[in-house]
Design a protein around this ligand. Sequence first.
Ligand SMILES: *Cc1c(COP(=O)(O)O)cnc(C)c1O
Length: 493
Amino acid sequence: MPLSLNEFISTIDARRKGDSQEALPPIQAIAHAEASLPVSLPDTGMGLECLKQHILDDLVPGFNRPNQSSNYYGFITGGSTEASLFADYIVSGFDQNAQVHAPKETIGGAVEDAALRLLQQLLCIDEASFPGRIFTTGATASNILGLSLGREFAVAEAGRRRSPPSISSVAQLGVVPACLQAGVRKFQVLTTLPHSSLYKAASVVGLGKNAVVSLPLSAEEPWRFDLDALERRLSDSAGVAHIIAISAGEVNTGRFAASREEMIKIRALADKYGAWIHVDGAFGLQARVLLPSESHSSIVDGIHSIHLADSLTGDAHKLLNVPYDCGFFFCKNLALQQAVFQNGASVIPDTAEIPSPHNLGMENSRRLRALPVYASLLTYGRIWHRTLLERQIELARTIATFILGSEAYELLPRNTDLKDVYMIVLFRARSAGLNDTLVSKLNASRVMYVSGSRWDGAPAVRLAVSTWRVDVKRDSARVISELEEATSKQVLF
Ligand SMILES: *Cc1c(COP(=O)(O)O)cnc(C)c1O
């Protein structure tokens, strides 16, 4: 008997809503789920009814709850808005292949283009300046796109600047012949405290993880670019192809690598030395929904001029709160993007008004992951997204204020002004004994969940506010009581 979409939605929603607000499932639920996993493929299937029961009764109770609990502060997971969930069911139900823009066959391609443009409007990214736009599987994939284009551009630029000039395309010739022709000996990806995926991207696109070089301003502000060091690197190194990768924001602290004024200088340096600028704004780009204000001035300053970059990474499954997996990538140079990602032998560029996604990114067959973004943007609008981020920042700052006033905890990085706090709170316990076990202690309650990290060579707790369910009063009270409890338990030991 065919199942209606309504039936699917109501069954799943009943499970999602009927649960507690705890961030993690009971450990027994995970054990039960694990014991229920089959070890061998059955010759005869169990049938849909049994399968449904198995998934809903055995597996689902063993899932963690970033989308149900507002106290899930690990990684930066976001949740899924009701609108985006509805759209996600539609995406699976109608199984559109969003590979080629085929306007006479399906509206899918036009929907993706509309969603990308609405997203650019939300984030105040000029549509005409960034015509290369595509949804990806996430920020890692977008960073791979960014470094691929940086590699293509920087090698070609080195070739153009030779005498006599050469036309050296990595996409066409391969890394080694193109670099030899352009006189490039090695690559450098100049950055500050990059996300781990930047190293992966450097590995995948053949630059090498060793090519990633961090140029921090100081030990106190390791997330900020040292522009003098940047210029020295760019000017000193003959035969080096450069990509400048801006962390906006940095994944531990949420802080931004370059101010509005500094981005202008970085752009000038990139133009002078033939470098490509890529911004990793996985969760930072969302800050472009904020209006300039006294309390958000430092965040707004850090994200203000990222449109001076050549390419931008963003994640919709983080602060935009759509289901996995959904990232995005914006690029100023559509022709270069098509040259690198052109699918098949043809080098004829897409001439349709809307370029086909399979010529813009890694995948050929792909999900219409644009629809959940489209749904959220239309359902809630610009102002809702702005006030959501404002509330997330307010919760982070309320928790940070508690930590600043507490004897037991220390807010990181040291000397953080509340005005610099975005939606991440980094902190540690002052007692080394408690600090070593703090993350596991907080998570052992299963009420809230935080990520463990390191800062200044010692363990630290990273609490990232990213869900649309945020409620400043309720959630701050919960977190503060858990933090107080962790220190009171300490006395017993
Ligand atoms: C999360 C994150 C990534 C990786 O994103 P995925 O969506 O997990 O691939 C990259 N950069 C930054 C700054 C991030 O926060």
